[in-house]
Structures are given as C-alpha cells and as structure tokens.
Design a protein around this ligand. Structure first.
Ligand code: NAD
Length: 450
C-alpha cells in the first residue's frame, strides 16, 4: 500500500548530504550537484548504502564500463561535409547485453549520455529483463536536416560503432529525436556490414513491417499508464475522475496522454517546445496528436475548432491536476517550476525530469514522485520483447505484448512499493533498492573475473 495523506511525512527524502558516499572520493569523482550523471550515481549509491550492497559492486556501478566517442564526416545536401560527434556509453552488462536509446539532439553530451546509460541499467534490473544499461546519441539537430541527411548521419554512425554493438552485445533503440525510420536505417546498415547471426536484433523500435514489435511505439506511454493504474487507487483516485497535464508531446507524451484519456481521465493541459494548450474539461488528445504530427508542434492548436486555449509556460505548470506527467527532456522542473506545480502525483515518463532542488521542494510539499526507472521502463521492456521475437522468428500479437508488458510493469511497481515499506524510504530510493537487489545478487553469483 502507498502512503496516505496521514503518513506523507514518511515519503519526504531524508535530509542527507548530497554526494556523501566515499565512493566519490575513491574514484576521484567531483561533487558537482549540477552534473546529471553525478546526481544519478548519488541517488543510486544512497540506495546501495541502505541495502548494504558490497563496496566493490558500488564501485563498479559508479562508473560505466565503456565510453565510446566517435567523430565522423557526412556529406550534406548543400555539397559540403559536416563533422558530427557521436556517443555510445555502455554502463553495465552484468544482467545481459547493453540496451538503451539513441538520441539525436543539439545538446547531446558525454555526461548526460552516461547518466541515461546508468538509468537504463537500473530500469532493466527493476523490470527484471535480462539486459544491461547503455545509451547513445549524436550531437545534431534532426529538425534542421533533410531525410537524406538524417539517413546518411545514421548510417555513418552505425559504421563507426559497428564493432562495439551487436545483437548479443549492445542493442540501441529510439529516444528523443529518433524514431522507427531511423532504427530501420540503423538495422539495414548493420545487416550490410556485419557477419554476426541474428543481425536484425541489433536494434529495436524498428517499423513493424521490418522486424519491429506490435505495441513498441506506444510502450513507454503504456508503461506509465500501467504503473498509474496500480498506484492511483492507493491515493484514492480512479482514472475516470483523474486529471493530468503532459509536458512534452512526442512519442512518450502523446501516448501517455491518449491512453490516460482512453481510460476516462481528463488531460487538461499539454506543452511542448513550441507552446502549450489548455482545456479544463479535457483536451481532445486525438485531434491534438494529429495536429502535432502534421505541424511538428502544439503551437496553433488553439486556432483549430477543438476547444483549447493557448497557455503560457508558467500557467501550464500552474494548472491544477491530480497527475503531472513530464515527458520531455531532463532537468526541466527546476525549483521555481516546482513551486508553480499544483498536483498530487508526478509520473516521470521522461528520464530525470527534475533538478534535485525541484525534487526536494515537491517532496517537502508531500507530492508523490513515481521515478523514471519505474514509470518509463515500458519502452525497454517491449524492446526486449522485440529482440526475443527477432531471435526466435516469432511475431507476437498485440494482446500478448500488452499483457506481458502489464505483468512486468505491475510487478516492478509492487517491488518498488515493497522496498519502500521495508526500508521506509521515498519511491525513488525504493525503486533503486528494488533494482539493486537483482544486480547485487547476480554479481554475488557470478563473482568478479579472474
Ligand atoms: P520525442 O523526441 O518524441 O519527444 C520529445 C518531446 O519533448 C517533444 O514533444 C518536444 O517538443 C518536447 N520538448 C523538447 N524541449 C522542450 C521544452 N524546452 N519544453 C517543452 N517541451 C519540450 O522524445 P520521446 O521519445 O517522447 O522521449 C521523451 C522522454 O522520454 C525523454 O526523456 C526520453 O529519454 C524518455 N524516454 C523515451 C523512451 C522511448 O521509448 N521513446 C523510453 C524511455 C524514456
């Protein structure tokens, strides 16, 4: 059972010193609380201390196994060559091959990719799939590139990292700025240049016609809803009476919004990088989704005949809702934005969507936070199903995918709740504890080579 309003105090994070672990000293890591990677390792080590994870496992998990950086030239449509920088960070493979998304964005950098790869290790472990954690990206602006340029960038990146990835080694997937088409180019390139078996399984999130799984596109949003279905009754809410706002209306945000509305809830507000819209009685999210696909953003939706009004960023955050779903980028909810929020629950569909001061402010107000390693694990779970289907030449129907996903998400939510009550900690620490239990046990069984 979750806490009720009477025991809200128990969910407030202990006022501990940030980055207090002596692992930071032993590894010579700086204590920079603005660094996303260090923030995530700090939270993970805090949970590891509570669980009494052996010191050597804490040391291993505090650094990625491999950090790969490549530079490669690509011919652009204007006849000039541009030089791109790509990353693939392989955090941990104790449970299975590295797995994690590939991001195309102008702000992609090493520390953020490291941070996201560590989260992937924790996610895979929490939902108990036999995969490790990885993440990658290319520093580029996909919105400013033609489809041909995007294809050439993707193909050249695959050729640059081909020796370090593979269906048994490291399996990328879509993330911000990439989609099923990018994954199709990725798989095709790898299939041309590699002599490995099961080559198609080198990447997931492919189009359904070309080795993709039914249900993969909506999987991350679906996972958010599966977790909410498990948690909402504990705070006395049912979907049919619940309201939400969604920050980010790309793959994850749009699916979370559509599935929230499908369950009878009202999506009162949505915002992306182009603007925000609001309707206190619930947005027409299907129409909004169609509009965003056509216009590449929310801005202007208020001019259509779907009963929405434009809203400023501050007013978007201030809309009173039961559930706030961040589904855009990292670190967007600062302390100031946290002070604007008027919600009972935050379901982190995006990875690490809030800054530590933002998080502390919300917890001090008793806002429940469902962490990303739980809420946004649906994507990697169905990616794992896709990988299984590719390797066994099967094609699961949607019902099987949805049922299996639901089973994984519900069990992960229960594991987290159990850890929370066993150790008397907040949900984020509890999710890390439930993830670390599995990894620590596997390390104990495997031992350390040689
Ligand atoms: P996407 O590229 O499809 O969508 C990103 C959204 O964020 C867009 O709507 C964009 O407009 C919005 N956005 C960007 N900057 C913004 C700003 N300054 N203000 C408001 N909105 C802004 O990406 P996605 O795949 O939906 O990923 C969203 C988040 O979910 C990321 O944190 C990603 O790592 C995480 N995630 C994605 C998956 C997946 O399967 N795609 C799985 C797990 C986690």
């Amino acid at each position: 059972m979750m806490s009720t309003s009477t025991d809200k105090a128990s969910i407030v994070a202990p006022t501990r010193e940030l980055m207090a672990s002596t692992v930071f000293d032993e590894l010579g890591m700086e204590r920079d609380s603005d660094n996303l990677y260090l923030q995530i390792i700090d939270s993970m080590l805090h949970a590891a201390e509570i669980l009494e994870v052996p010191r050597h496992i804490q040391l291993i998990l505090a650094q990625p196994k491999n950090e790969i950086m490549v530079h490669f030239p690509v011919l652009m449509d204007n006849g000039h060559y541009a030089l791109f920088k790509g990353y693939r960070v392989q955090h941990n493979n104790a449970l299975g091959p590295y797995k994690g998304g590939l991001r195309f964005h102008p702000h992609v950098g090493l520390d953020d990719v490291k941070a996201l790869s560590a989260l992937m290790t924790m996610k895979c472990s929490l939902v108990r799939i036999p995969m490790g954690g990885g993440k990658g990206g290319i520093k580029c602006d996909p919105r400013a590139m033609s489809q041909n340029e995007l294809m050439r960038v993707t193909r050249r990146f695959v050729s640059a990292i081909a020796a370090q990835i593979g269906p048994d080694r490291d399996i990328p997937a879509p993330d911000v700025g990439t989609n099923a088409q990018v994954m199709a180019w990725f798989a095709d390139t790898y299939m041309q240049i590699s002599d490995k078996q099961n080559k198609m399984a080198v990447v997931t999130g492919k189009p359904v016609e070309f080795g993709g799984s039914l249900g993969r596109e909506k999987a991350t949003g679906q996972g958010v809803i599966d977790v909410l279905a498990e948690i909402l009754p504990d705070i006395g809410l049912a979907f049919k009476d619940a309201t939400c706002s969604v920050l980010g209306f790309g793959n994850v945000g749009s699916w979370a919004a559509k599935l929230f509305a499908e369950r009878g809830g009202k999506v009162r507000a949505a915002m992306d990088h182009t603007g925000g819209v609001y309707n206190p009685d619930g947005l027409d999210v299907l129409a909004l989704d169609e509009y965003v696909r056509e216009h590449r953003g929310i801005a202007g939706f208020e001019k259509t005949r779907h009963g929405a009004e434009a809203i400023s960023e501050e007013d978007f955050y201030r809309v009173p809702v039961d559930v706030f779903i961040p589904a855009a980028l990292e670190q967007m909810i600062t302390e100031e934005k946290a002070s604007w929020l008027d919600c009972k629950l935050i379901a982190e569909a995006a990875n690490a969507p809030m800054t530590p001061p933002g998080e502390r402010a919300l917890m001090a107000r008793g806002v429940e936070i469902l962490p990303a390693i739980l809420c946004s694990a649906g994507g990697v779970t169905v990616s794992y199903f896709e990988w299984v289907q590719n390797r066994t030449n099967q094609s699961w129907d949607l019902e099987k995918v949805d049922d299996e996903l639901n089973r994984h998400m519900v069990l992960a939510a229960r594991r987290t709740q159990l850890a929370r009550h066993r150790f008397g900690v907040d949900m984020r620490t509890a999710a890390y504890i439930a993830a670390l239990e599995q990894i620590a046990q596997v390390y104990q069984l495997r031992g350390i080579f040689p």
